[in-house]
Design a protein. Structure first.
Length: 467
């Protein structure tokens, strides 16, 4: 069983790495052909509208994760959970869109985004396909079908990136092409995904299943307004303080950081259901598996930060357009903010499988409150860089809160060397993001941190292989 878990995580990991790296490579070609202010405005609108409904529906996805691999439920009951979840999300999405679009004209007026006055249908389709595309991918992943997952995700993400490249660069469709390409790609992927999970969707609607979804998922859904406020506030403050052009540079860095954060999220989403299937093994073996994934993700995180430093300074962002030259100041802090909470999701999995589900909610509420305070203070004082630093500080805080909670419920404490290595790694990443002094020395220190956590990963892997 542990070998299958490792194989699944490896398959998801390599696939997600490709799916996230390719759009990152394509993005500068696309963005250089867009007006910087229009790109910033588009990202602001997408953030405000998309994150609200996606996180509102997060409760349903969490309930599917919770019940699908529970051995107490029959295959029929699991299918009923999925089909009922889809119907529930259709209802919630319709209601939310109706409410949101009542305020659409007000948003356009308030944010001075008159370019998008007639884009209501495009944004609606973008939101609908984003939600159901992600929900379909969640179901495929929970069913333990990594190759099917990679097929559908590849259609949506790589197809969307390539189509966007064609629309914006070769056909000069501008921001309308930038928004339309992902809709077409995700719709195609959704059709394939629905065909793959049609057996689970054919089950009838059950009120009992709906009660399970609502009773388990409503606390997660309550995070939606907070997440919406957090996701939109930094961009709104930057647009108000420094203008849409500066927001364009910030949004480009944030988009890259989000892709990397989602890469970790997808890998760990594969780990979550696998961990649920392994609850029957001994506590010590269960802990060893979590430590292996945790050290692997920490290694990947610091390696990713080092690679991004090279890319942002020596090519991948600055190579294509000097207009976005300030983006590299924001990339690394934003990567810390988007990725560290995902890395600590390994710890959250350990916590939730210990029966402490609501710890996740409390930690995110604490992180959200901190984000609001830091954004209001730092962005008003130092502009867009303040938003990036705020994101990094919140990411570190959520990581530490998850770590301390996991230790409370039996996870191993950091050794002195591990704690020092983690602190050194974060310090070097922060320093590399803010200054070019001592660059070679900082890169060497960061490389030592990567090698140390890589050794810890292989040590944990050796123990897991002996299970």
């Amino acid at each position: 069983m542990s070998i299958k878990v490792g194989r699944d995580i490896f398959t998801y990991g390599i696939g997600e790495l490709i799916f996230k790296l390719l759009p990152i490579l394509i993005l500068p070609f696309i963005v250089r052909n867009l007006d910087q202010a229009e790109f910033g405005a588009a990202e602001l609108m997408l953030t405000i509208m998309n994150s609200f409904i996606i996180f509102l529906c997060f409760g349903s996805g969490s309930a599917i994760h919770r019940y699908y691999n529970d051995p107490k439920f029959s295959l029929k009951e699991r299918s009923e959970i999925i089909s009922t979840s889809f119907l529930f999300v259709i209802f919630i999405t319709t209601l939310s869109l109706a409410i949101l679009f009542l305020f659409y004209d007000y948003l356009i007026l308030k944010l001075n985004l008159y370019t998008f006055k007639d884009y209501k249908l495009i944004f609606a389709l973008f939101i609908i396909f984003s939600i159901f595309g992600q929900l379909t991918l969640d179901v495929i992943r929970i069913r333990g079908e990594p190759l099917q997952y990679l097929l559908v995700a590849g259609l949506a993400r790589i197809g969307g990136g390539l189509l966007c490249l064609v629309f914006v660069v070769f056909l000069s469709f501008g921001v309308k092409g930038y928004l339309s390409a992902p809709i077409i790609a995700t719709a195609s992927a959704l059709i394939v995904g629905i065909l793959l999970i049609r057996s689970d969707l054919s089950a009838s609607f059950k009120w009992n299943s709906l009660r399970k979804i609502v009773s388990y998922g409503w606390p997660f859904a309550l995070l939606a307004p907070l997440q919406w406020l957090i996701s939109g506030l930094d961009r709104y403050l930057i647009a108000s303080d420094a203008g849409l052009a500066t927001l364009g540079s910030y949004a480009m860095a944030a988009k890259i950081a989000t892709m990397i954060g989602l890469m970790f999220a997808s890998i760990l989403s594969a780990w979550g259901p696998s961990a649920a299937r392994l609850q029957a093994i001994s506590k010590s073996n269960f802990l060893a598996l979590h430590k292996m994934v945790f050290y692997g993700c920490l290694t990947a995180f610091f390696a990713t930060c080092l690679l991004l430093h090279w890319f942002s300074n020596w090519g991948i962002i600055l190579l294509f357009s000097e207009i976005y030259s300030e983006s590299h100041y924001y990339v690394l802090p934003l990567v810390i903010g988007s990725s560290l909470p995902m890395v600590s999701a390994t710890l959250y999995t350990y916590i939730s499988l210990s029966g402490k589900t609501y710890t996740y909610i409390l930690i995110n509420i604490a992180g959200g409150g901190l984000a609001l305070i830091l954004n209001l203070i730092l962005i008003n004082r130092i502009g867009a860089l303040g938003g990036a630093i705020s994101s990094a500080l919140v990411g570190i805080s959520i990581f530490l809160l998850n770590y301390f909670a996991a230790v409370k419920y039996g996870f191993s404490r950091f050794t002195t060397y591990e704690l020092l290595s983690f602190a050194l790694g974060i310090t070097t990443v922060f320093t590399l993001a803010t200054t070019s002094k001592y660059e070679i020395f900082l890169i060497i220190l960061n490389s030592i941190v990567i090698l140390y956590f890589l050794m810890r990963f292989f040590s944990s892997l050796k123990k897991v292989r002996e299970l």
